[in-house]
Design a binder for this molecule. Structure first.
Ligand SMILES: Cc1cc2nc3c(=O)[nH]c(=O)nc-3n(C[C@H](O)[C@H](O)[C@H](O)COP(=O)(O)OP(=O)(O)OC[C@H]3O[C@@H](n4cnc5c(N)ncnc54)[C@H](O)[C@@H]3O)c2cc1C
Length: 804
């Protein structure tokens, strides 16, 4: 066995094999895969091999397409067949909500260049004659997808990697990992030690245990999963083509042809966690005992929806374990605080996603950047909140919903409420309907008396629509309170803080007492964050950004190597905040503050540390609604008193609560983009419009050369807000923006603008088309709706209210 390697990949399942291949393909030939048993011996060997391009995130869909297309390449490079059956896919809807969801998939597919269309049930039966169409109301067909041979595919990756110089050691178990002072690793195995610069955890069912070797707890858990193989089905005899792989959402069933019979699987409710605490070391090429009694009712649904299957015998049953993260997407990327340690695990759809994961991870390792936004599969989307208990509740919830379509207004109940701010109970008493962001409960909207604090999951306007309208109008008319505790907060302090921030952020770093909007770029000049920096003193700063991205940003700060005289600390659990917004907000806050808050004394983007009522606080004149407004931050012990003080002072001024839904509407009326929706590492300062906050005169900051080059050449596409012809639904995200029948861009977020009386969509279109009044069409749930670009914010275009 080699005693050194540039990178050691732990695990020879389909994911480790793909990572090995991609590292070798990108030029790291000196890579070694260690497998404790035979290749594929974890989850991989008994998988059903299904592959598809469906994912709620456009970039992950594209990576899935890449994975499927890659199989021909590795077959050619290795001479090993992947056993491809490129049958395509059928998705069946049984309810109007499911049908809406299929139409959304169709709208998204156009811009992604994937051949997808809504078809009649009759056409669906041509693709799969086993369907009893009386159970369904609509169908979607897509050309991509089918199934492959799990073992052949894994071996094809490995052979192709070997041909590029990579090495593989089977029956070699990694026992421990020791890090040297220079950040390299001693990978201790039962066959000796390998010295490696990088280690990648692709240990699948054992990813949790390999995480423990470096002191981290990855949010990953295995579930048991059953599928059945039937005897030959007479209805399939003599057909020229195999049936198209079929997903039945209502029945929570998937099926595909397997020789003359069918492979049928189900994701049942109340699934069984496998090895909740420790995965057995000696589990290899094994299956689990079948549990027909428990699963019979769920398979029977399948036999009703596909009656021919109920008439044939079962040839074989498979029950095997595979792993999930709490939200069902993989965990990929570098782990904050552990140098040169990478993960590619919790991959529940290895044959759809394995190739894409290998691609982005190899770029990340070799080039320092995954090359595109992959936040929704980045390991950093989970923070400390994802404890083993959290994972043990969320993973079964996700498993039971694997085939439920996720509605955009749906909040999932498991492991909640866990992270609660000190005013959680008060907000609930005020009617708050809560969502969870990075584990933290936050108010989405407030049900007034007589309105139930619940919402029907839907793609269309819900019961909350008129309530959110009232919240928006009250903010613009009087004053509103929104809890901002769910924002990401960081304290940066020390003698070197200013110089370090100057290098990390593309913006000007504000002087003491000032606040600035601060884009942060990667070396390729792409947006890593649009944060704000408040300078509390020459050497002390409060940075605020998106709560969802807390670990993502902390990892970026850590990778940006703060020097010894700079401390960077998350204030996630040590600062709570509220935003007070609306024309009467000054009157309200002035009641509680001795400082003069008049327009000339405390101007927009000023910050001060002062008492607000009882609470020692940081007070900023800023906000996200486009109204005169303030953000107030204090510590958890004072937060409840701050809230009470604000409420006592505000009642007679007409103070109202408002939630995240109203904020989404108010911000789009002002054409403000939001990180992780509109602004992501896919886009540049010029494309997003954040270039107006970039200080191009600074001699040095991360991404400067790329940002300057873009400024010289001009952006290729632009972020715009469009008003959309009104109907009963707003855009959700990733719908294609059409011009003359061609998809020219896509939507990033949307909301109804209650104070401008328009349905609004934000997204990217080619820069040459981004003109005032430019007309496009957006397919919203199957209906082409006119969309018109508005280059100026629809509300208060000159910012007079903000500055008032
Ligand atoms: C019944 C069933 C049906 C499925 N159907 C599909 C499907 O249709 N389509 C699809 O895409 N996916 C399907 N899956 C999921 C699929 O199997 C997984 O996504 C995939 O196998 C994950 O691969 P992996 O490489 O991450 O993990 P694994 O296959 O578990 O591989 C991990 C490897 O790491 C090795 N290892 C662990 N610890 C060490 C150590 N300390 N030292 C050395 N080696 C170590 C293990 O021996 C193992 O070989 C199915 C799964 C099941 C159970």
């Amino acid at each position: 066995m080699k005693t050194s390697a540039r990178a050691v990949v732990i695990g020879g399942g389909v994911v480790g094999a793909s990572v090995l291949y991609h590292l070798a393909r990108i030029g790291w030939a000196d890579v070694l895969l260690l497998e404790k048993s035979e290749l594929t011996s974890g989850s991989t060997w008994h998988a059903a091999g299904g592959m598809h391009t469906f994912n709620g995130e456009a970039n992950i869909s594209l990576l899935q397409k890449y994975t499927i297309d890659l199989y021909r390449e590795i077959e050619a490079a290795s001479g090993q067949s992947c056993g491809l059956h490129p049958n395509g896919g059928l998705m069946l809807a049984a309810s109007p909500g499911e049908l809406d969801s299929l139409k959304l998939i169709c709208s998204r597919a156009r811009y992604l260049g994937m051949e997808t269309e809504m078809i009649s049930l009759e056409q669906a039966r041509n693709f799969n004659p086993l369907i009893d169409t009386s159970h369904f109301i609509g169908a979607l067909w897509r050309a991509d997808g089918g199934h492959c041979d799990p073992s052949g595919t894994t071996h094809a990756y490995v052979k192709a990697a070997r041909a590029l110089g990579a090495s593989v050691e089977r029956f070699t178990r990694v026992l421990s990992l020791g890090q040297r002072r220079d950040g390299t690793w001693d990978v201790v195995t039962d066959k000796g030690t390998v010295h490696a610069e990088h280690v990648v955890n692709c240990a699948g069912l054992w990813a949790r245990e390999v995480g423990h070797m470096v002191g981290i707890e990855l949010p990953v858990l295995a579930m048991e999963h059953h599928y059945l193989l039937t005897e030959d089905v007479p209805e399939l005899a003599g057909r020229e083509k195999e049936i198209v792989n079929t997903t039945d959402y209502a029945g929570e069933i998937y099926l595909r042809q397997e020789r003359g019979g069918v492979l049928i699987g189900t994701y049942e409710p109340h699934g069984i966690v496998w090895s909740p605490v420790k995965t057995p070391d000696d589990f290899s090429m094994q299956l689990l005992p079948e549990d027909f009694e428990r699963l019979a009712p769920y398979f029977e649904v399948g036999f009703r929806h596909f009656p021919a299957l109920g008439r044939v015998g079962i040839r074989k049953a498979v029950n095997g374990p595979f792993t999930f993260a709490p939200d069902g997407n993989p965990l990929v990327g570098p782990v904050r605080g552990v140098r040169n340690f990478w993960v590619a695990c919790a991959v529940m759809a290895g044959f759809s996603q394995g190739g894409g994961i290998g691609l982005v991870l190899s770029r990340w390792m070799a080039q320092g950047d995954p090359g595109q936004d992959i936040i929704s599969m980045d390991v950093a989307r989970f923070g400390a909140f994802a404890t083993p208990k959290y994972t043990s509740l969320k993973v079964p919830e996700n498993y039971s919903r694997r085939f439920r379509l996720a509605y955009p207004n749906e909040e999932l109940p498991a492991a909640r409420p866990v992270r609660r701010s000190p005013i959680y109970d008060k907000l609930r008493a005020a009617g708050a309907v809560m969502g969870a962001n990075f584990g933290l409960e936050n108010a989405l909207w407030f049900a007034p008396e007589g309105v139930a604090p619940t919402e029907t999951p839907t793609y269309r306007r819900s019961e909350a629509f008129p309530v959110v309208r009232a919240e928006c109008q009250a903010v613009r008319r009087t004053v509103g309170l929104y809890e901002t505790t769910n924002y990401g907060k960081y304290e940066v302090a020390g003698r070197g803080a200013r110089a370090w921030l100057d290098r990390v952020f593309a913006s000007r770093i504000p002087k003491p007492g000032r606040f600035a909007l601060a884009p942060m770029l990667n070396p390729a000049g792409r947006i890593m964050g649009d944060l704000s920096i408040a300078c509390l003193a020459q050497d002390r700063f409060l940075i605020v950004g998106s709560g969802f991205a807390e670990d993502f940003h902390l990892r970026w700060f850590w990778a940006s190597e703060p020097p010894a005289d700079v401390s960077v600390r998350s204030a996630a659990s040590t600062l709570n905040g509220v935003s007070i917004a609306g024309p009467r907000s000054r009157e309200l806050v002035q009641h509680l503050v001795r400082d003069d808050l008049s327009a000339s004394a405390f101007r927009l983007f000023q910050v001060t540390e002062t008492a607000v009522g009882f609470a020692p606080a940081i007070l900023t004149r800023a906000g996200f609604t486009g109204e005169l407004g303030y953000e107030i931050w204090t510590t958890p012990d004072y937060f409840s008193s701050l809230y009470d003080d604000l409420w006592d002072a505000g009642r007679e001024l007409g103070l109202v609560h408002f939630g995240g839904r109203a904020l989404s509407s108010l911000r789009l009326e002002k054409a403000y983009g939001s990180f992780n929706k509109d602004f992501r590492p896919d886009y540049t300062p010029g494309e997003t419009g954040l270039d107006r906050f970039v200080d191009f005169s600074k001699p040095d900051f991360t991404g400067r050369a790329a940002a300057l080059a873009e400024r010289a050449a001009g952006p290729k596409r632009r972020f715009v807000v469009m008003e959309v012809a009104d109907a009963d639904a707003e855009v959700v995200g990733y719908e294609s923006i059409m011009k003359d029948g061609a998809a020219v861009g896509y939507v990033t977020s949307g909301a109804y603008g209650h104070c401008v009386g328009r349905s609004l969509a934000a997204g990217y279109v080619p820069a040459t088309l981004a003109r005032e009044g430019a007309r496009f069409e957006i397919d919203i749930l199957g209906e082409m709706r006119a969309a018109t670009v508005r280059l100026e914010p629809l509300y208060d275009p000159h910012g007079l209210r903000l500055r008032s």
